[in-house]
Design a protein around this ligand. Structure first.
Ligand code: F6R
Length: 613
């Protein structure tokens, strides 16, 4: 939600910031804005995407200066328009600020500031913040970094901010609480951004700011971090290992398409060093340190949102079947607000691609207070969730930029499969022969995913047949039920077709009423157990003239004869099926969205990293 970038150094700030904003655009694309200073402050802001901002700038002269800040917005307070776009200015026009997050007490602050004579032109909470800093500076005469710190003590809510003071044009001040912020340290230059992607082209040396920390970076090369109580902090400088090539689209039309096609590799990367089919073992170093506590846990609770929550449901099936540990899967947003029973002998697993989802972070905070062990399954290295957990495993999927999650989902499922197998082995709940069989089959999954991807022409054809639908139903049983949910979510979010996922057997308890000749019903029918039941479900749909698209195991004749369209996937062991059966559903949504002219990578109203509640 909102991407922010800042630069101070010796190079032209404008192109650096624009490029940074383009890389962060996945975080929000309602409006974009930039401010630079070169003896004169220049501010440009525009409703729409970064390209609209670039066009606006083209109408005048490109702003000069070696210091600047930029923002790409996902609107919370106030419509997406030019006025509400960031940066926002103080009343005297000397301070400029960009913000990601929500200031919850902005109304109280705004009323108090109005009494002091402040006037506001936007509907945003952010403008209140810059006026608050101005007022603090006016009253105390403090340098900007101190005025920011003192002002923030009055703020309730979440923020990642960068502030530029035209009276001190060699420094930027940044602060965070609840929203991510990274500092990049170059040679006589500093970068600040919501995530490392705008930074890594210039330096791999970064500091991830912690909550309630304020950083001041100076053109001289000095920087300092303090906490909100004015204590100097020792920065933890890390060397990242990210490549700029990972951030491009390559030969693909969309990031989502590229990320779907990367899955044979990303699943392999997730298994590297963790799955050895030759020697017959799986291991997860994350669980080693706490192995006693984890394998003896009374219960696992998975906390996640959206697609990660769907991966969590598959994790429930895997861990309960293979390791016989009870698992509950919770929407993080519900878990945090319902006074749940969480005990110190529970393990709470946080699943998150971004590692920044506000609800998941808050749910973890709660679980931590209750003494549970927190385990993170995260993609974004150094993210807030990754840093908050007691133990964890990265899925190593690389940057996921398409807003609709694909490779992170299969990475999470792969990781949970490995975890379930490790625990099952340790607890003696999985027969050795089955353990070895699953290891061998897991190692085959990347090449089987590649085979599914080779089938894309047929999937594209089917997409063309159903692209005009207004509703769709996704059905699956067992391991394929969460896949049905995920298929429906993918279709909804990028093609704006209403879709529902259901356990196949639930269809007759309500959704069957919706079925007619206009309703595509996508059935994930690869199950070996309950195969006859799923065949009956398909018959029930056909009897009501529904259009059946069935995902089946290669060579399936029975369902192929009944369904209108079939998509074959290679045979595999049932617990591993989701890693294959989800791929055609990702492709189906992708092609439908492209055919409907939708912006696949930046669907309306969505943002990649949901850092607000
Ligand atoms: C859907 C999607 C979202 C995310 C959800 C959680 O395609 O991407 O539903 O899965 O916002 O995000 P993370 O995994 O970053 O916590």
């Amino acid at each position: 939600m909102c991407g922010i970038v800042g630069y101070v150094g010796t190079k032209d700030a404008y192109p650096l910031i624009i490029k940074g904003l383009q890389l962060l655009e996945y975080r929000g694309y309602d409006s974009a804005g930039i401010a630079t200073y070169n003896g004169k402050l220049r501010v440009f802001k525009k409703k729409g995407k970064v390209k609209d901002l670039i066009n606006l700038v083209k109408e005048s002269s490109v702003p000069e200066g070696t210091i600047g800040i930029g923002h790409t917005r996902w609107a919370t307070h106030g419509l997406p328009n030019d006025i509400n776009a960031h940066p926002h200015l103080s009343g005297d026009g000397k301070l400029v600020l960009i913000h990601n997050g929500i200031i919850e007490n902005y109304n109280v602050l705004k009323e108090a500031l109005k009494k002091e004579g402040h006037e506001f032109i936007s509907e945003t909470d952010t403008e209140v913040l810059v006026h608050l800093i101005e007022e603090t500076q006016k009253r105390t005469g403090l340098p900007i970094e101190e005025a920011v710190r003192v002002a923030l003590t009055k703020v309730v809510g979440a923020y990642a901010i960068i502030v530029m003071d035209t009276d001190e044009p060699d420094k930027l001040v940044a602060a965070r609480k609840g929203s991510p912020l990274v500092l990049g340290i170059g040679e006589d230059e500093f970068f600040i951004a919501s995530d490392p992607t705008p930074i890594i082209e210039h330096t791999q040396k970064v500091v991830f700011l912690n909550d309630e920390e304020i950083a001041v970076v100076q053109r001289s090369g000095d920087f300092q971090i303090k906490d909100i109580d004015n204590r100097i902090q020792t920065p933890f400088i890390q060397e990242l290992d990210m490549k700029i090539a990972e951030l491009g689209k390559g030969d693909f039309d969309y990031y989502m398409q590229k990320e779907i096609y990367e899955q044979p590799k990303t699943i392999e990367d997730c298994m590297r060093g963790r799955v050895n089919a030759h020697e017959g073992w799986v291991m997860l170093s994350g669980i080693k340190e706490f192995s006693e506590r984890i394998s003896k846990a009374k219960r696992f609770i998975v906390a996640a949102c959206g697609t990660s929550w769907h991966a969590g449901l598959i994790g429930e099936y895997l861990i309960e079947e293979l390791a016989r540990i009870p698992v509950e899967v919770e929407y993080a947003s519900e878990l945090r607000y319902r006074n749940p029973i969480i005990n110190s002998d529970d393990v709470v697993i946080a699943l998150s691609q971004s590692g920044e989802t506000a609800d998941t972070l808050a749910a973890l905070g709660l679980a931590k207070e209750k003494g549970a062990l927190i385990y993170g399954v995260v993609n974004a290295v150094g993210s807030s969730i990754a840093r908050m957990t007691d133990a964890g495993s990265y899925i190593h999927a690389g940057p996921e930029i398409g807003v609709a999650s694909t490779k992170a989902f299969t990475g999470q499922v792969t990781l949970l499969t490995i975890m379930a197998m490790c625990l099952g082995y340790e607890r003696g709940t999985i027969p050795r022969s089955y353990y070895l069989q699953l290891i061998e089959e897991l190692a085959n999954i990347p090449s089987k995913v590649a085979r599914v991807l080779e089938n894309s022409k047929k999937i594209e054809y089917i997409a063309g047949e159903i692209k005009e639908a207004t509703n769709a139903l996704y059905l699956g049983r067992g391991y394929n039920f969460p896949v049905a949910l995920e298929g429906a979510l993918k279709l909804k979010e990028i093609s704006y077709i209403h879709a529902e996922g259901y356990p196949a057997a639930e269809m007759k308890h309500g959704p069957i009423a919706l079925i007619d000749e206009n309703m595509p019903v996508i059935v994930i029918a690869t199950n070996k157990s309950a195969y006859e039941k799923i065949v009956s479900n398909i018959q029930e749909v056909k009897a009501r003239k529904g259009v059946v698209i069935a995902v089946v195991t290669e060579g399936d004749k029975i369902i192929s004869d009944i369904a209108d369209y079939t998509i074959e996937i290679p045979d595999t062991d049932e617990p591993l099926t989701p890693l294959l059966s989800v791929i055609p559903l990702q492709l189906l949504s992708y092609y439908i969205a492209v055919m409907r002219g939708c912006n696949v990578d930046q669907p309306r109203n969505l943002a990649k990293s949901v850092t607000v509640e």
